[in-house]
Design a protein. Sequence first.
Length: 343
Amino acid sequence: MQAKPQVFIRARAMTGLQPLVHSLGGDVVALMGKFNLDAALLEQPDAVLPLDRLSALMEDAAVTLDCPDFGLRLSTYQDIGVLGSLAFIALYAHTVGDAIEGIARHLPYHSPGLSLKLINDDASGLSHACYALHSIDPTHTQIVELSYGVAYQFMKSILGENAQSVTVHLRHAPISARQRYRRYFNYGLQFSQPRDALVFPHAMLGHVVDATHGDLYAAAAQFVSHTMRRFPLDIGLQVETLVDRQLANGGGNVVRIAGQLNLSRSTLHRRLAQQNLSFEGIVDSVRRRRAEEYLGLHSVPLHQLAALLGYTNGVSLHRSCLRWFGEPPSLMRMRRCKDTAQE
């Protein structure tokens, strides 16, 4: 029987791990070492690590640090930007449904082991936003609670007062005292349910996102300001970083990127030209680099890969791969699969 390919996740999923473990009297370096994880990953949010190891680490931490709500505590250290461009997706989405669709499209960048599916129950009038983590031990519940802690905070950020209509459903039974859960979920939580999901009235999908909500602006602004601080004198790297994070959701839009940098489109073009760069060239370079990465993710369909690169259809991806690599994406992926099998 052929072994299942290992599923990886971006290291930013560990945001807050070090201060949380320290607050509980633990040693994060020793903890990560138990699972053969380099502590340097804590400073490399775009690096990847095996999803199953992160899940196992969290289960171990909950036991050894006597912290049954470890996953939920970790969620308080993370915000809606933990998936990189989540804040931007929400900020520029028109409705809640658009935001969920955009996030689902972006998830394979964070990890091909994650999925977000929307299930509408016409009989009850409820929608179930099911965020799932694949290829982990089904008995691991800490990472599930982490995920839904972050997801719940995200829904609160885009719904504001309307978040009272959101209920969290979890398949597992409580793993800590019920009163502890009330610290994290204000309005509703149900255990031993058929599926893990955020549940809310179907009509809420059409709710216009409150783009003035402070959390959305703060998360997006924080990322932009951090980018500008990292590359204060290099407009090219600033643009490249912003394009990369938002590629699946308008990162190729020069007006948006210029606006985030508080520049007009013409000023941005002029400043890039001073470095012998062009906005279009930067977008193309980022797309090529990401295409090489994504084509190695065999579980991501090509049409979804095209969307991750900001293309509206697979034809554009096909043409770009011919230009970049001299072969279509399907052939390139097939060749990579054969190379991997022979290793």
